[in-house]
Design a protein around this ligand. Structure first.
Ligand SMILES: [Zn+2]
Length: 274
Protein backbone atom coordinates (compact mmCIF):
# COMPACT_ATOMS: atom_id res chain seq x y z
CA UNK A 1 0.00 0.00 0.00
CA UNK A 2 1.45 3.41 -0.87
CA UNK A 3 2.32 5.16 2.39
CA UNK A 4 3.06 8.85 2.85
CA UNK A 5 6.70 8.58 1.64
CA UNK A 6 5.61 6.85 -1.57
CA UNK A 7 2.92 9.48 -2.17
CA UNK A 8 5.42 12.28 -1.54
CA UNK A 9 7.89 10.53 -3.87
CA UNK A 10 5.14 10.33 -6.51
CA UNK A 11 4.39 14.02 -6.03
CA UNK A 12 8.01 15.00 -6.51
CA UNK A 13 8.24 12.72 -9.53
CA UNK A 14 5.18 14.06 -11.35
CA UNK A 15 5.17 17.74 -10.30
CA UNK A 16 7.83 18.98 -12.76
CA UNK A 17 5.91 17.33 -15.62
CA UNK A 18 2.56 18.80 -14.59
CA UNK A 19 3.15 22.30 -13.27
CA UNK A 20 2.42 25.08 -15.76
CA UNK A 21 1.09 22.55 -18.28
CA UNK A 22 -2.28 22.87 -19.96
CA UNK A 23 -4.64 19.90 -19.76
CA UNK A 24 -5.51 18.75 -23.27
CA UNK A 25 -7.81 15.87 -22.45
CA UNK A 26 -9.01 13.27 -19.98
CA UNK A 27 -9.43 9.54 -20.57
CA UNK A 28 -11.48 7.53 -18.10
CA UNK A 29 -11.31 3.81 -18.90
CA UNK A 30 -12.82 2.63 -15.64
CA UNK A 31 -15.28 5.15 -14.12
CA UNK A 32 -15.65 3.36 -10.79
CA UNK A 33 -12.66 3.37 -8.47
CA UNK A 34 -13.39 3.71 -4.77
CA UNK A 35 -16.02 6.18 -5.88
CA UNK A 36 -17.32 7.19 -9.29
CA UNK A 37 -14.87 9.48 -11.11
CA UNK A 38 -16.67 12.78 -11.91
CA UNK A 39 -17.24 13.85 -15.55
CA UNK A 40 -13.84 15.47 -15.82
CA UNK A 41 -13.82 15.41 -19.63
CA UNK A 42 -16.24 18.35 -19.42
CA UNK A 43 -14.31 20.26 -16.78
CA UNK A 44 -10.56 19.91 -17.17
CA UNK A 45 -9.55 20.38 -20.84
CA UNK A 46 -8.10 23.87 -21.32
CA UNK A 47 -7.27 24.39 -17.67
CA UNK A 48 -3.69 25.00 -16.57
CA UNK A 49 -2.08 23.13 -13.68
CA UNK A 50 -0.65 25.64 -11.21
CA UNK A 51 0.66 23.37 -8.45
CA UNK A 52 0.92 19.76 -7.32
CA UNK A 53 0.76 19.49 -3.55
CA UNK A 54 0.17 16.78 -0.99
CA UNK A 55 -1.93 16.64 2.16
CA UNK A 56 -1.68 13.34 4.07
CA UNK A 57 -1.89 10.75 1.28
CA UNK A 58 -3.95 12.97 -1.03
CA UNK A 59 -2.36 14.59 -4.05
CA UNK A 60 -3.83 18.01 -4.76
CA UNK A 61 -3.51 19.16 -8.35
CA UNK A 62 -4.62 22.80 -8.52
CA UNK A 63 -6.05 23.99 -11.82
CA UNK A 64 -6.69 27.52 -13.06
CA UNK A 65 -8.58 29.23 -15.83
CA UNK A 66 -6.88 32.43 -16.94
CA UNK A 67 -5.71 34.03 -13.71
CA UNK A 68 -8.42 32.48 -11.58
CA UNK A 69 -8.18 29.34 -9.50
CA UNK A 70 -10.81 27.04 -10.92
CA UNK A 71 -10.57 23.94 -8.74
CA UNK A 72 -8.45 21.09 -7.44
CA UNK A 73 -8.17 17.52 -8.63
CA UNK A 74 -7.83 15.33 -5.53
CA UNK A 75 -6.15 11.98 -6.11
CA UNK A 76 -5.60 9.10 -3.70
CA UNK A 77 -3.63 5.97 -4.60
CA UNK A 78 -5.69 3.66 -2.37
CA UNK A 79 -4.20 0.19 -1.81
CA UNK A 80 -2.41 -0.37 -5.08
CA UNK A 81 -2.40 2.83 -7.14
CA UNK A 82 0.66 4.21 -8.90
CA UNK A 83 1.23 7.20 -11.15
CA UNK A 84 3.59 7.70 -14.01
CA UNK A 85 4.16 10.19 -16.75
CA UNK A 86 4.29 8.54 -20.18
CA UNK A 87 4.07 9.67 -23.82
CA UNK A 88 0.37 10.11 -24.66
CA UNK A 89 0.46 7.44 -27.36
CA UNK A 90 1.70 4.74 -24.96
CA UNK A 91 -0.82 1.87 -25.17
CA UNK A 92 -2.63 1.44 -21.84
CA UNK A 93 -2.19 -1.79 -19.92
CA UNK A 94 -4.92 -3.67 -18.10
CA UNK A 95 -5.25 -1.60 -14.94
CA UNK A 96 -4.49 1.82 -16.43
CA UNK A 97 -7.83 3.41 -15.54
CA UNK A 98 -7.22 7.12 -15.95
CA UNK A 99 -5.12 9.50 -18.08
CA UNK A 100 -4.70 13.22 -17.61
CA UNK A 101 -3.45 14.34 -21.00
CA UNK A 102 -0.97 17.19 -21.26
CA UNK A 103 -0.26 17.38 -24.97
CA UNK A 104 2.42 14.87 -25.86
CA UNK A 105 2.65 13.47 -22.33
CA UNK A 106 0.06 12.15 -19.96
CA UNK A 107 -0.23 11.37 -16.28
CA UNK A 108 -1.47 7.79 -16.02
CA UNK A 109 -3.04 6.12 -12.99
CA UNK A 110 -2.77 2.37 -12.64
CA UNK A 111 -4.83 0.86 -9.85
CA UNK A 112 -5.39 -2.93 -9.95
CA UNK A 113 -7.47 -3.08 -6.77
CA UNK A 114 -9.44 0.10 -7.51
CA UNK A 115 -9.42 1.56 -4.00
CA UNK A 116 -7.94 4.77 -5.32
CA UNK A 117 -9.91 7.96 -5.78
CA UNK A 118 -10.15 10.85 -8.21
CA UNK A 119 -12.30 13.75 -7.07
CA UNK A 120 -12.82 17.34 -8.12
CA UNK A 121 -13.57 20.30 -5.90
CA UNK A 122 -14.11 23.94 -6.81
CA UNK A 123 -13.89 25.16 -3.22
CA UNK A 124 -10.70 25.02 -1.13
CA UNK A 125 -9.26 21.50 -1.11
CA UNK A 126 -8.30 22.02 2.55
CA UNK A 127 -12.03 22.33 3.34
CA UNK A 128 -12.96 19.13 1.52
CA UNK A 129 -14.73 16.68 3.90
CA UNK A 130 -12.00 14.06 3.40
CA UNK A 131 -9.27 16.55 4.29
CA UNK A 132 -10.71 19.12 6.71
CA UNK A 133 -10.65 16.88 9.81
CA UNK A 134 -7.14 15.50 9.31
CA UNK A 135 -4.42 15.95 11.93
CA UNK A 136 -1.20 17.85 11.23
CA UNK A 137 1.47 16.71 8.79
CA UNK A 138 4.14 14.64 10.59
CA UNK A 139 7.01 16.65 9.07
CA UNK A 140 5.47 20.03 9.97
CA UNK A 141 6.36 22.07 13.07
CA UNK A 142 2.75 21.66 14.20
CA UNK A 143 3.58 18.04 15.03
CA UNK A 144 5.82 18.52 18.06
CA UNK A 145 6.28 17.07 21.56
CA UNK A 146 3.93 19.56 23.26
CA UNK A 147 1.21 18.75 20.75
CA UNK A 148 1.64 14.98 21.09
CA UNK A 149 1.70 15.27 24.88
CA UNK A 150 -1.60 17.18 24.83
CA UNK A 151 -3.14 14.50 22.59
CA UNK A 152 -1.72 11.63 24.65
CA UNK A 153 -2.82 13.03 28.03
CA UNK A 154 -6.50 12.89 27.11
CA UNK A 155 -6.47 9.25 26.04
CA UNK A 156 -5.55 5.78 27.23
CA UNK A 157 -5.10 3.93 23.95
CA UNK A 158 -1.81 2.17 23.15
CA UNK A 159 0.74 4.71 21.89
CA UNK A 160 0.95 2.91 18.55
CA UNK A 161 -2.77 3.35 17.99
CA UNK A 162 -2.49 7.06 18.81
CA UNK A 163 0.36 7.49 16.31
CA UNK A 164 -1.62 5.77 13.57
CA UNK A 165 -4.76 7.86 14.16
CA UNK A 166 -5.05 10.27 11.23
CA UNK A 167 -6.94 12.77 13.37
CA UNK A 168 -3.88 13.01 15.66
CA UNK A 169 -1.20 13.01 12.96
CA UNK A 170 -1.47 11.92 9.33
CA UNK A 171 0.64 9.50 7.35
CA UNK A 172 2.29 7.46 10.12
CA UNK A 173 1.52 4.02 8.70
CA UNK A 174 2.27 0.70 10.35
CA UNK A 175 5.86 0.47 9.12
CA UNK A 176 6.78 3.96 10.30
CA UNK A 177 4.97 3.73 13.65
CA UNK A 178 6.64 0.36 14.36
CA UNK A 179 10.13 1.57 13.47
CA UNK A 180 9.79 4.92 15.30
CA UNK A 181 8.64 3.22 18.51
CA UNK A 182 11.61 0.86 18.37
CA UNK A 183 14.05 3.73 17.84
CA UNK A 184 12.48 5.50 20.82
CA UNK A 185 12.55 2.43 23.12
CA UNK A 186 8.80 2.65 23.66
CA UNK A 187 6.66 -0.50 23.81
CA UNK A 188 3.89 -0.23 21.18
CA UNK A 189 1.12 -1.18 23.59
CA UNK A 190 2.14 1.26 26.36
CA UNK A 191 -0.81 3.46 27.35
CA UNK A 192 -0.20 6.81 25.67
CA UNK A 193 -1.09 8.84 28.78
CA UNK A 194 1.67 7.12 30.74
CA UNK A 195 4.69 8.19 28.74
CA UNK A 196 6.92 10.99 29.99
CA UNK A 197 7.35 14.12 27.89
CA UNK A 198 11.02 13.40 27.21
CA UNK A 199 10.17 10.04 25.67
CA UNK A 200 7.41 11.58 23.53
CA UNK A 201 9.91 14.19 22.39
CA UNK A 202 12.21 11.42 21.20
CA UNK A 203 9.28 9.67 19.53
CA UNK A 204 8.28 12.79 17.58
CA UNK A 205 11.89 13.18 16.44
CA UNK A 206 12.08 9.54 15.35
CA UNK A 207 8.79 9.72 13.43
CA UNK A 208 10.18 12.67 11.50
CA UNK A 209 13.57 11.01 10.92
CA UNK A 210 11.99 7.73 9.76
CA UNK A 211 9.60 9.40 7.33
CA UNK A 212 12.15 11.88 6.00
CA UNK A 213 14.62 9.06 5.41
CA UNK A 214 12.02 6.99 3.55
CA UNK A 215 11.15 9.98 1.37
CA UNK A 216 14.83 10.53 0.63
CA UNK A 217 15.23 6.87 -0.38
CA UNK A 218 12.07 7.02 -2.48
CA UNK A 219 13.72 9.87 -4.27
CA UNK A 220 16.26 7.51 -5.78
CA UNK A 221 13.53 5.91 -7.92
CA UNK A 222 12.19 9.19 -9.38
CA UNK A 223 13.38 8.34 -12.87
CA UNK A 224 10.99 5.37 -12.82
CA UNK A 225 8.04 7.71 -13.14
CA UNK A 226 8.97 8.03 -16.79
CA UNK A 227 8.79 4.28 -17.25
CA UNK A 228 6.00 1.76 -17.52
CA UNK A 229 7.40 -0.33 -14.68
CA UNK A 230 7.94 2.57 -12.29
CA UNK A 231 7.73 1.33 -8.73
CA UNK A 232 7.94 3.42 -5.59
CA UNK A 233 10.94 2.77 -3.38
CA UNK A 234 10.72 0.91 -0.12
CA UNK A 235 13.67 0.30 2.17
CA UNK A 236 12.77 -3.17 3.42
CA UNK A 237 16.31 -4.41 3.83
CA UNK A 238 16.90 -1.61 6.33
CA UNK A 239 13.90 -2.20 8.59
CA UNK A 240 14.84 -2.75 12.24
CA UNK A 241 11.74 -4.50 13.61
CA UNK A 242 8.85 -4.27 11.13
CA UNK A 243 8.17 -7.72 9.66
CA UNK A 244 11.10 -9.26 11.61
CA UNK A 245 9.20 -11.24 14.27
CA UNK A 246 11.11 -14.41 15.20
CA UNK A 247 14.43 -12.85 14.17
CA UNK A 248 17.09 -11.38 16.45
CA UNK A 249 16.90 -7.72 17.49
CA UNK A 250 19.64 -5.81 15.65
CA UNK A 251 20.41 -3.87 18.84
CA UNK A 252 20.46 -6.58 21.54
CA UNK A 253 19.90 -10.01 19.98
CA UNK A 254 16.60 -10.72 21.76
CA UNK A 255 13.99 -12.41 19.56
CA UNK A 256 11.56 -9.86 18.05
CA UNK A 257 7.93 -10.51 18.99
CA UNK A 258 4.66 -9.45 17.40
CA UNK A 259 1.20 -8.74 18.77
CA UNK A 260 -2.05 -7.33 17.45
CA UNK A 261 -2.75 -3.74 18.47
CA UNK A 262 -5.88 -2.14 17.06
CA UNK A 263 -6.13 -4.91 14.45
CA UNK A 264 -2.63 -4.23 13.13
CA UNK A 265 0.39 -6.47 13.65
CA UNK A 266 2.99 -4.74 15.76
CA UNK A 267 6.48 -6.13 16.05
CA UNK A 268 8.76 -5.02 18.87
CA UNK A 269 11.79 -6.00 20.89
CA UNK A 270 10.69 -7.05 24.41
CA UNK A 271 14.09 -6.02 25.81
CA UNK A 272 14.66 -2.67 24.06
CA UNK A 273 11.07 -1.37 24.24
CA UNK A 274 9.26 -0.53 27.50
ZN1 LIG B 1 16.45 -5.35 21.43
Amino acid sequence: MPELPEVETSRRGIAPHLENQRISGVVIRQPKLRWEIPQLQRILPGLKITSVQRRAKYLLIACSEGNHHKGTLIMHLGMSGSLRVVPSDTPPLKHDHFDLQLGRQCLRLRDPRRFGAILWTETSAQQHPLIASLGPEPLSDEFNAAYLLAQAKRRKVPIKQLLMDGKVVVGVGNIYATESLFLSGIHPSRACNRIAKGRLERLVENVKITLAYAIERGGTTLRDFQQQDGKPGYFQQELLVYGREGEACKACGTIIRAKQIGQRTSSYCPACQR
